[in-house]
Design a binder for this molecule. Sequence first.
Ligand code: IMP
Ligand code: MG
Length: 175
Amino acid sequence: MKEPEVFISADEIADRIAELGRQIADDYAGRELILVCVLKGSMPFFVDLSRAISLPLVWDYMAVSSYGAGTESSGRVKFVADLGENIEGRDVLVVEDIVDTGRTAKYLMGVLGARNPASLRFITLLDKPSRRVVEISADYVGFEIPDRFVIGYGMDFDQQYRNLPWIGALDGIEE
Ligand code: IMP
Ligand code: MG
């Protein structure tokens, strides 16, 4: 396995999540939020973020897959598992690990928006705006990053590295 270099440290991630949690708690004060984890990549971010939001909230998850074994999005999004909750009339915040081409986020927001939630917003830990193919912007962004392939803190290359507690960059990986 190729050795990644540290790109965003565990401390930097924790500090940014504390800020995001406070901001979300302010924005949704007095409401009950459904926080949606998009499996698998956003699991660590989802758990840490949810514990940084001091509001009553409900956990739910869905699974989609867009990547094959490489680093380039296939352009197709496959629905793998649906939410358990009925989101109609409720406040929904979708939690993603990274927005790259934007296809996954656009697809998810379309599917969930059609179910008439009271509100629907989107948070991503990382955003690579220079890679965008479809128009979508997150309501909350942890870090805007340049076009590098990153792994760790939930994110994978070929299903590996998800368990790293920090975010690393893998350069020279075949696209
Ligand atoms: P998009 O549909 O192209 O925006 O890609 C979104 C998904 O691709 C993310 O949820 C990740 O699972 C994956 N992805 C995009 N860029 C990276 C990366 O740099 N490292 C690991 N996974 C990535
Ligand atoms: Mg992935």
